[in-house]
Design a protein around this ligand. Structure first.
Ligand code: SAM
Length: 192
C-alpha cells in the first residue's frame, strides 16, 4: 500500500517513505478552536436528556464568535442543524460501557456517550431564528457552556437512510425508553 519512492538530487539518492510521512501525520495532535459556545438550561450531566429526540422543546442558544458570523449566510433557510461539539466535561473514556438504554456493555464506537477517545458530540437541533451572532435552537441534549466546533445544515437527502439498522438498539421499545431513561444518570462520570 505504501510505496518507497527514490529520488535523485545532485547525484544523491533520497529515499522517501510514504509510510513514514503518513505515520508522522497520524501521531500529530489535531487542534480545533471553538467557533462559539452552546448555551443550554442543563448545568450538569445528570438530568440532561440523553438525545435531542428526548429533549423536545428544550430551548438553547448558540453564541457564535463574531469572526465566524459571515459563515452563517444562507443557514437561516434550514430548519435543522447538525452541531459538532466538544464534550468538555467528559473525563477519560472506557472502551466498553453500559449505555443508558441497556444494562449490557457495548464498545464505545457502538455508543453515543460523552466518554470517548476523542470527546466529540453530535446533535441535530431545530433552528428557530438567527439574530446577529445568536442562533436560537430547540431540542438540546448538551450542557451549558459546551464549546462548539462546527455547524452543518441537516439535509434529508443526505442524512436520512430509510431501512438503516440500529445495532443493539433494535428491538428497544422507543416509548418505554422515553419513559425510563430520557435523562442521563451519573454513569459517564464513573470509571468502570
Ligand atoms: C448520550 S450523549 C449524546 C450526545 C449526542 N447527541 C451524541 O450522540 O453525540 C448526551 C449526554 O451527554 C452529556 N453531555 C452533554 N454535553 C456534555 C458536555 N459538554 N460534556 C460532557 N458531557 C456532556 C449529558 O449527560 C447528556 O445527557
Amino acid at each position: 500500500m505504501f510505496k518507497i519512492t527514490t529520488r535523485f538530487f545532485f547525484g544523491k539518492s533520497i529515499v522517501l517513505t510514504k509510510y513514514g510521512e503518513w505515520n508522522s501525520i497520524m501521531k500529530k495532535f489535531i487542534k480545533y478552536k471553538p467557533i462559539g459556545v452552546i448555551r443550554s438550561p442543563f448545568k450538569e450531566q445528570q438530568g440532561t436528556p440523553i438525545q435531542a429526540k428526548f429533549a423536545t422543546g428544550t430551548k438553547g442558544v448558540i453564541e457564535l464568535f463574531n469572526e465566524f458570523c459571515e459563515g452563517l449566510e444562507g443557514l437561516e433557510a434550514f430548519s435543522h442543524l447538525i452541531l459538532l461539539y466538544h464534550f468538555h466535561k467528559a473525563k477519560g473514556f472506557n472502551l466498553k460501557t453500559k449505555p443508558y438504554l441497556e444494562d449490557v456493555p457495548h464498545g464505545v464506537f457502538a455508543l453515543r456517550g460523552p466518554r470517548r477517545p476523542n470527546a466529540i458530540g453530535i446533535t441535530v437541533v431545530e433552528l428557530e431564528k438567527i439574530v446577529g451572532n445568536k442562533l436560537y435552537i430547540k431540542n438540546l441534549d448538551v450542557l451549558d457552556g459546551t464549546p462548539l466546533l462546527d455547524i452543518k445544515p441537516y439535509i434529508h437527502y443526505f442524512d436520512v437512510f430509510p431501512g438503516s439498522k440500529a445495532g443493539w438498539l433494535e428491538g428497544h421499545d422507543e416509548k418505554l425508553a422515553q419513559q425510563l431513561r430520557i435523562s442521563a444518570d451519573n454513569r459517564f462520570n464513573e470509571k468502570e
